[in-house]
Ligand binder design. Structure first.
Ligand code: GLA
Length: 674
């Protein structure tokens, strides 16, 4: 079992708690504890933005209030996730040390403001952080209530200051072995006379600066992510020095664009993230929203596949920053919380416990409203989740195992986005990855997300949607996988460029993958949104295709489907090729979900992957404990009851009753079979 917190081997329920906003109201602080117990809360995340209360003037540390809070929580059975307060700075700091302030893309330094806006490279900032984190670790590191460090908050953004520019140049110098000609070659700088003579000439892509060198743009993205990781590692080192026994996390965000979470994950012990789907919107069903949430959970779970992850923040009701801040409809919190556990999280946590009276988030949802009562709809729904999590306790520490995987890669994402070509609005890399995940979810198949170069030996099927920027090393990695018996399904746009965006010569896919797929793509056609084509499959199925059509020439692959119209009618669109002990499928065009499911059905069966018929709007998720026992989650996202055929008989953990055969699941409810 991979129980995250041996001190509390249960599912965690709680969330961000900001008592520093209420220090003049001891009555409210007392009330908080009573209400937390009533709501089944066993954890509180404290101190996320408390710097100005912890150190009101430089060097004047005030930890008394925090001791009182953590003690009181612990006495009442509530454990603390303690944040370093470095996500926002006090005014004295910005006044005295302007280098801590970020410089924007237009070259202007920010004024004292907001949060999440310090310069990651600032040595002055790091020195102030070191003092704060050292004190925090010394004061609270041995507190029996402390279970986890929460480093800063939601890392993100960029800084374009002189210091960051120099660090970027040093980063490049190291990457290109102090050889500017190597950089010139990889960045193709003879184009538009962009050649550099020295690393010192290179600038970040300022608003009014260089944007035409795609290799530079990509390396800047990588640098920014690396610099953030370097900062995260710096904070973690301080905490580890004094509290090696306490794990650390940093709360991630939904498929966040700017940071390569695969890389950042190396510097944290437990993955946690903040999920805020737009439930009950006017463009999709709750089941569609839930499917996207499953994908997001799966990305997070996949960042550390050997243990559960944490849902660090979610709203119990509404947020204040969507375009339309709608209330979560009754039942959504219950269904999504059970789904969260089914996807491999061992926590359901909220932002936040109690609504503040003022400032930007005063009307953001919270467990306790300005009303202050414990009989509100939201409070009751949260308490119900507390009860449910107690019933689901046997799931704690179990894992999600998968035989199928879908590849996602941040560098690939950045490269596709920046690539000048195709269509501006329909590249949709993220959406396509999700589509391939979704067809598995719809068929009750747990699929992992995999990242380049990771061990693929436990998967019988790996899907590679739009894997455009592929290094030679990654090409080798996939080749080996197929050679040893793995099955891959790749799509149009595979291996056009290397990891620095240089196009491969001699036919796509490059990186040595042409021989794996037994083909080359001679041209890529981009369709207008009102255009379409269709593919006639060998088995008689017809698939409507949109957006992109590759014109494929065969060098050994077998044709599984051909285009039906346009000047490439009759040409191959879908192929398969045996390579070593494995198989490599290629879909040269963009298909819809329903047709992909038809296409994958025989492949799943070949790969020994069992699918399951599910009613529309029902998710089936499974977790496996170390002793082999399994937990089957069936979550109904319909407003009407749904009947499912259980994969196995057992006990429904949610009510303790024996279940077998067909069961009915109530709206926005679930059955969890052990
Ligand atoms: C993020 C932050 C929180 C809060 C919430 C509001 O997740 O981490 O501090 O601002 O958003 O939704």
């Amino acid at each position: 079992m991979s129980v995250l917190f041996p001190k509390i081997p249960a599912l965690l329920h709680g969330g961000d708690y900001n008592p520093d906003q209420w220090l003049d109201r001891p009555d409210i602080l007392e009330e908080d504890i009573k209400m937390m117990k009533k709501a089944g809360v066993n954890t509180a995340t404290v101190g996320v933005f408390s710097w100005s209360t912890l150190e009101p003037q430089e060097g004047n540390f005030q930890f008394g209030w925090l001791h009182d809070i953590i003690d009181k929580l612990y006495e009442n059975g509530i454990y603390t996730v303690l944040a370093t307060p470095t996500g926002a700075r006090p005014a004295w700091m910005d006044e005295k040390y302007p280098s801590v302030l970020r410089v924007e893309k237009d070259g202007r330094r920010n004024h004292h403001s907001g949060r999440h806006n310090h310069c990651m490279s600032s040595l002055e900032y790091r020195s102030l952080v070191e003092k704060m984190d050292t004190k925090l670790a010394q004061e609270f590191g041995n507190h029996p209530g402390l279970i986890l460090w929460h480093i800063s908050n939601e890392f993100g953004g960029e800084c374009y200051c002189e210091n960051c520019k120099k660090r970027f140049q040093e980063y490049l110098r190291e990457k290109y072995h102090n050889n500017i000609e190597e950089l010139n070659k990889q960045w193709w700088t003879s184009f538009w006379s962009r050649r550099f003579d020295s690393f010192e000439q290179i600038e970040p892509p300022y608003d009014n600066g260089e944007h035409s060198i795609l290799g530079l743009n990509l390396d800047w993205k990588r640098f920014n992510s690396w610099n953030m990781k370097d900062y995260l590692a710096f904070e973690r080192r301080i905490l580890k020095k004094y509290t090696p026994q306490v794990p650390a996390t940093a709360n991630f965000m939904k498929l966040f664009e700017q940071l390569d979470y695969v890389d950042l994950a190396k510097e944290i012990d437990i993955i946690s993230w903040d999920g805020y789907p737009s439930w009950n919107n006017d463009y999709e069903t709750p089941a569609d929203t839930a499917a996207e949430l499953s994908f997001d959970h799966t990305v997070m779970r996949s960042l550390k596949k050997d243990k559960p992850f944490m849902l660090m923040e979610s709203t119990p009701s509404l947020v204040n920053w969507h375009s339309f801040n709608k209330l979560k409809r009754p039942g959504i919190l219950r269904a999504s919380s059970i789904q969260t556990i089914g996807c491999g999280s061992d926590t359901v946590q909220y932002f936040q416990w109690r609504k503040g009276r003022g400032a930007a988030e005063q009307f953001h949802g919270a467990v306790v409203d300005h009303l202050g009562r414990d009989d509100t709809r939201v409070f009751k729904e949260v308490s119900e989740v507390g009860e449910i999590l107690k019933k689901l306790a046997p799931v704690t520490g179990s894992k999600v195992t998968s035989k199928a995987a879908v590849l996602f890669d941040w560098s690939n994402r950045w490269a596709i986005k920046d690539m000048q070509g195709m269509a501006r609005d329909t590249k949709n890399y993220e959406k396509e990855v999700r589509k391939f995940y979704n067809i598995h979810l719809k068929k009750g198949i747990n699929a992992d997300i995999v990242f380049p170069l990771e061990d693929l030996s436990s998967y019988s099927l790996v899907v590679l949607p739009m894997y455009y920027a592929v290094s030679k090393e990654a090409g080798e990695w996939l080749k080996e996988y197929v050679k040893n018996g793995g099955t891959v399904v790749a799509t149009y746009l595979t291996a056009y460029v290397n990891e620095n965006t240089l196009a491969y010569l001699g036919g796509f896919p490059g990186a040595g993958l042409g021989e794996v797929f037994g083909l080359y793509a001679e041209e890529l056609d981009t369709l207008y949104p009102t255009d379409s084509n269709s593919v006639l499959m060998k088995d008689g199925n017809k698939a409507l295709v949109k957006d992109y059509c590759e014109l494929i020439k065969l060098t050994g692959a077998e044709v599984l489907g051909t285009y039906e119209s346009d000047f490439y009618a009759g040409m191959p669109a879908v192929t398969v090729h045996s390579y070593g002990k494995g198989k490599a499928y290629y879909i040269g065009t963009r298909m819809e979900e329903a047709d992909l499911i038809k296409f994958f059905t025989p492949i799943w069966s070949e790969c020994g992957i069992k699918e399951k018929e599910l009613p529309e709007g029902v998710e089936y998720l499974t977790r496996t404990a170390e002793d082999g026992s399994t937990f089957d989650f069936y979550v109904n996202y319909n407003a009407t009851p749904a009947t499912v055929q259980l994969a196995k008989d057992g006990t429904n953990l949610l009510n303790g009753e024996a279940v077998s055969g067909k069961v009915e699941i109530l709206p926005f409810n679930a059955v969890v079979v052990k």
